[in-house]
Design a protein around this ligand. Structure first.
Ligand code: CA
Length: 697
């Protein structure tokens, strides 16, 4: 069982504002009392906290739908909305942007950057987008294909567009930009594929690049980059060894970027190493700066100020990209300006913002890699058993982490941080015996063929039941949980805390819930009919408080299908709530998904085995463990697998390229494709037989 949990979770593991009026010249100085939500995390402190209190513990039971809007895609919705100037702006899957009247819900405009479908292949974790930024009369967002685009907030027309990445490399953008002192700051993703991370700043008016900071050193054979990070090249380069990292090294800044007004510092969260395997990447030596680090930069110049590396020699996809919250806490009788983060590795970090030195770092749930800090040091002791370069290791958490991008929230009223966690996440990591860089796919250096589910559906169900979540109310001063709500599933949504004493959070099984911020008691629930993973926000317009959230399940794919076997693919929606809201959104249609009747004779076991391994190495990261799907169609139910010609036209000839299913002609032979088809038929037969026996019971 352990082995399966290991491999299963490996899978899980692999899974890897407003029209600012001219009078609002300094958006970064947005007052906390504003009824708007101008920055991704609410204000520049990014606390995901609303000071509004019209909706309170005593009346939240009257909360109802004010209006909603249904989008044109059933892929994941991860955006935090922005509200300013009476408008609400959201981005959706495929990097589209929509602007609505925040009161009436009238669609004002939408913009489609027309990202090519085949770019989906280079997105580890769905074609998502986590939001726009707004300043003055401009809306900024990153497109999946690496463009940073400025739109006119009034009309939605493009003002400028710049390519921020090398289009020949598998970079993507899913994170939201931030606007700081006239510059738009944007990062990128792609560490699973093999890219070199960096963050860039562009002039908000012209789109001209102002500076760039690389988080990983350049190839020693090439000179300095001519970038803001050049002075740190010797410091970084001394911590990398061998040549395994030369296809990039990872360290992408794919989500959190926070601006500190008080110290005029920009904090970037740096991602995992590429390949994951430290042995392959760096001969198992060196810290590999700045992987898994928080780095403070001067926002005007990009110059380095300080860094704190959470995981020297990162090997488990432990990113430091999760959302960062700025606050002033009273600790030991002293007022401390701190940055708080719970990265994938599971520790709650409270870090002095001025110096970058931790104040405390405490596991939120038990994690196996962490053996404490040596006296006088904030360099963690890592359990040697967690390394897997010479074989395999079962490690908690796994690649999806204790906490990923789903934003946590801090309430200055309660003093608590509300963290959406994956409560018992773990993964088996197995090193590849031989690693060869693949320019057309994942390059984690871990063996995907070891990632599989058991055949017995009862055991799959048991494993799925073990993957639970929790909402933890954490006291960052006392370093302990004040309350915890256990949840049936992992991948619960981002969090909003309000001055009304409420905490809002969605669930992957389609509920939107309000809890009492002081006790965790559930006070209200709305059935959304679609999984909610994005963070809610709150805003006020004409004396009315609203709560808004994007509904639409998606994100990292591998372990999704078997954990949510009943899930249907449903169109994303923007949901807006207010007291006594009486709107109703139509129920989603239920689409029958009968099991296929496979009439072809069963292939020999050897062929199925080849098909299984070929599937694991080429298809698994998008189509899921056991081909169960989740975000993408369940291939066990796809009629394409019953027709050799159709299947080949898709897999080898790229018939569905516009939807992200590229041709695999560069990797697969006709025989490979046919073996995969036979494996999928085998899986379809198992499904039909399981469903038949379930009906008979
Ligand atoms: Ca990653």
């Amino acid at each position: 069982m352990l082995k399966y949990i290991g491999s299963l979770l490996t899978a899980a593991a692999l899974a890897c504002a407003s029209v600012m009026l001219a009078s609002c010249a300094k958006p970064e100085m947005a007052p906390a009392a504003s009824g708007e939500w101008r920055v991704n995390g609410g204000t520049n402190d990014e606390q995901h906290y609303s000071p509004l209190q019209q909706i309170s513990q005593s009346n939240v039971g009257r909360l109802g739908l004010g209006w909603f809007y249904e989008f044109d895609t059933d892929r994941g919705q991860e955006a935090t909305p922005i509200v300013a100037g009476g408008r609400i702006y959201v981005s959706t899957a495929w990097s589209k942007v929509f602007a609505f009247d925040a009161g009436s819900g009238k669609l004002l405009w939408s913009f489609d950057p027309k990202v090519r479908g085949d770019k989906a292949f280079e997105a580890c974790c769905d074609v998502v987008n986590r939001g726009v930024a707004v300043e003055g009369n401009r809306v900024f967002f990153g497109a999946l294909d690496g463009r940073l685009i400025a739109l006119d907030a009034g009309t939605g027309k493009a003002l400028w567009s710049v390519q921020t990445t090398d289009p020949k490399k598998p970079y993507t953008i899913t994170g939201a930009p931030r606007v700081v002192r006239g510059k738009v700051i944007i990062g990128n993703g792609g560490a699973e594929y093999g890219v070199r991370g960096y963050v860039s700043a562009y002039d908000a008016a012209s789109g001209k690049m102002a500076w760039r900071f690389y988080t990983v050193p350049p190839n020693p054979k090439s000179g300095p980059d001519g970038a803001a990070s050049d002075p740190q090249i010797p410091m970084m380069a001394a911590t990398w060894h061998g040549e395994g990292w030369l296809n990039g090294g990872g360290g992408t800044v794919w989500d959190s970027i926070v601006y500190d007004e008080k110290y005029n510092q920009l904090y970037i969260g740096v991602g995992n190493g590429g390949p994951y395997d430290y042995g392959i990447r760096s001969q198992g030596k060196g810290d590999n700066l700045f992987l898994s680090s928080i780095v403070a930069l001067n926002p005007d110049t990009g110059k380095y100020i300080w860094h704190y590396q959470q995981i020297p020699g990162e090997s488990w996809d432990y990113t430091a990209t999760q959302n960062m919250i700025l606050a002033t806490l009273s600790i030991g009788g002293q007022s401390r300006d701190v940055l708080m983060q719970v990265p994938k590795n599971g520790l709650f970090y409270v870090i002095d913002r001025r110096t970058g030195v931790p104040v405390s770092a405490t596991p939120v749930v038990p994690v196996s890699w962490f053996k404490g800090f040596p006296a006088g040091s904030w360099r963690p002791s890592i359990d040697p058993k967690a390394y897997y370069s010479k074989g395999s290791a079962l490690v908690s958490p796994g690649m999806t982490g204790v906490h990923s991008w789903h934003p946590m929230a801090f309430s200055p009223t309660s003093g608590l941080v509300y963290v959406p966690i994956q409560a018992n996440n773990a993964a088996g990591y197995t090193a590849l015996k031989t690693f060869k860089f693949n320019p057309h796919g994942w390059n984690t250096g871990t063996d995907l063929t070891e990632v599989r589910l058991p055949e017995d559906p009862a055991r799959i169900e048991a494993i799925a039941k073990g993957a639970t979540g929790a909402l933890v109310a954490w006291d960052p001063v006392a370093q302990k949980a004040r309350w915890r709500v256990d949840q049936q599933y992992e991948r619960n949504g981002g969090v909003l805390a309000t001055a009304g004493g409420l905490v809002f959070q969605g669930t992957p099984d389609g509920r939107f819930v309000a809890y009492a911020a002081d006790t965790g008691r559930k006070l209200w629930e709305y059935a959304a009919g679609n999984g909610i993973i994005a963070a809610p926000i709150s805003y006020e317009l004409n004396g009315q408080q609203y709560v808004a959230v994007m509904a639409g399940f998606g994100g990292s794919t591998i372990a999704t299908g078997f954990q949510f076997p009943q899930r249907e693919r449903r169109a994303g929606r923007l949901l807006i709530f207010r007291l006594d809201g009486k709107a109703s959104a139509p129920a989603y249609p239920t689409i029958p998904r009968p099991a296929l009747q496979i009439t072809e004779p069963e292939a020999p076991a050897a062929t199925i085995k080849v098909g299984e391994a070929t599937f694991a190495n080429n298809c698994l990261v998008c189509h899921g463990l056991g081909a169960i799907g989740g975000i993408l169609p369940d291939l066990r139910r796809s009629p394409a697998i019953t027709d050799k010609v159709v299947f080949k036209s898709i897999v080898l000839d790229g018939a569905l390229t516009s939807q992200g299913m590229i041709s695999f002609r560069h990797r697969l032979s006709d025989a490979d494709a046919e073996a995969i088809r036979k494996y999928l038929q085998y899986r379809a037969r198992a499904l039909a037989s399981n469903e038949a026996s379930a009906q008979a019971r």
